[in-house]
Write a protein of this length. Structure first.
Length: 131
């Protein structure tokens, strides 16, 4: 008897972008340690971010990103964050397609696995969002 594995694309299950650029955990940590201006946007929902995120991250859930895009300058380096890199890669791809040249993504699970610090996320206020 042969058992096969079937992969299907289900609505509601994000698949990682094939075109978005990834910022590796060690590279991101180095940038943060050096004090580089990086805008960290955690795209997980509010319940998910209660467990913490990368220090300095703000929380803008995926469903709110397009509406907040106008508040994010195109000249800032942006790293989108989610648990496994699926949603954050889609966010980076969306921003790249809209003229953001420095939009990348990072998986929180790798950040945690390397023993890096986790902290609470903040909700951005209204208006322009900067690192």
């Amino acid at each position: 008897m042969t058992m096969g594995v079937f992969l299907i694309k289900l609505p509601g299950f994000a698949q990682r972008s094939q075109t978005a650029r990834e910022t590796k955990t060690d590279v991101l940590k180095d940038k943060l340690d050096k004090g580089e201006k990086v805008l960290l946007i955690d795209v997980r929902n509010e319940d998910e971010v209660k467990s913490g995120s990368i220090p300095r991250a703000i929380n803008i859930p995926m469903g709110q990103l397009e509406a907040r895009m106008k508040d994010i300058p195109k000249d800032v380096q942006i790293v989108f964050i989610c648990d496994h890199g699926n949603r954050s890669s889609l966010a980076a791809e969306l921003f790249e397609k809209n003229g953001y040249k420095a939009a990348t993504f990072c998986a929180l699970e790798d950040w945690k696995a390397r023993g890096n610090k986790i902290s609470e996320t903040k909700k951005p206020g209204g208006g322009t969002i900067r690192p």
